[in-house]
Design a protein around this ligand. Structure first.
Ligand code: 7PV
Length: 280
């Protein structure tokens, strides 16, 4: 099981990977009233994802796309907290995509079920904030920081270096008394990786899962690696993103983080139907 706050997600059910739907909280795009507010938009999107069969909803206030300026703590809290409280009893596990310990603290007070930290809980105080809770913890690898990470990513051995980082952070979490069954790992596709680095990580996902002996989350949806392979702009990357989800499923990922929930759920259901029942 992956202990995820109020939920326990089965890890060896031999079923298809769980689908984590991306809920980006963007500021009011219509300030002239008469249109949905940020909160109404977010809740309507969440409602749609639930109808589409989402397994986990990942709430993000700050874009960590390469080159995007960081958001202040106050701005991030103002965006995400109303959504977390509004979705608290939606019946699905809620994840918060943040690297700020203060946001983690407020989200845990609101009983969020998973902390999804692109910074792998490296911020001072992050481990202390999350240790005395039951929330799931997604530890992701990132080289550098979002502002500059895609400029010249370099590794001697990308799979080995990512594995070493994930193991090091896992050891820090367990040394703080955090139960292993709360932790999942994530290679961090696109976070300080070029296309070859991303493909090496995808091809070695099963190895990462085996070496760390932890469930793995993969997030490739609409990222530049899909664009590089298909030649499609970001708004035309759904089919390529579904291909990436299937590749991650074949490599044994437990969770795939996607924009297109309904389509990915269907693709994974059909993929699963064609597999031996015992395979997991
Ligand atoms: N656990 C987890 N959380 C995530 N949160 C995000 S936000 C994506 C930001 C972004 C967009 C686009 C590119 S690029 N240069 O590859 O096109 C990089 C990063 N992603 C992930 C992910 O994977 N795991």
């Amino acid at each position: 099981y992956l202990q995820c706050g109020r939920f326990r997600l089965p890890t060896n059910s031999g079923k298809r990977p769980l689908v984590m739907g991306i809920l980006n909280i963007t500021p009011d795009s219509f300030s002239d009233g008469g249109h949905f507010s940020t909160l109404e938009f977010a809740l309507s999107h969440a409602e749609q994802m639930i109808a589409d069969g989402v397994d986990i909803i990942d709430i993000g206030g700050e874009s960590t796309r390469p080159g995007i300026a960081p958001l202040s703590l106050e701005q991030e809290l103002q965006r995400v907290m109303p959504v977390i409280y509004a979705l608290r009893d939606c019946g699905k596990p809620l994840s918060i995509d943040t690297y700020k310990p203060e946001v983690m603290r407020e989200a845990l007070i609101a009983e969020v079920d998973m902390i999804n930290d692109i910074n792998g809980f490296r911020a001072p105080g992050a481990i202390d904030v999350v240790k005395d809770s039951a929330a799931g913890l997604c530890v992701m690898h990132m080289q550098g920081q979002p502002q500059t990470m895609q400029q010249e990513p370099h590794y001697d051995d990308v799979v080995g270096e990512v594995a070493d980082f994930l193991r090091q952070q896992m050891d820090q979490l367990t040394a703080a008394g955090i139960a292993r069954d709360r932790i999942c790992i994530d290679p961090g596709f696109g976070f300080g990786k070029n296309l070859q680095h991303n493909l090496a990580l995808l091809r070695n996902t099963r190895r990462l899962i085996r070496e760390l002996d932890l469930p793995l989350l993969a997030g490739m949806s609409r990222k530049s690696m899909i664009g590089a392979i298909t030649g499609k702009p970001v708004e035309r990357r759904m089919a390529g993103s579904i291909g990436a989800a299937l590749a991650a499923a074949e490599q044994g990922a437990l969770i795939v983080r996607v924009h297109d929930v309904a389509e990915t759920v269907d693709a994974l259901d059909v993929w699963q139907a064609g597999r031996e029942p015992s395979g997991n």
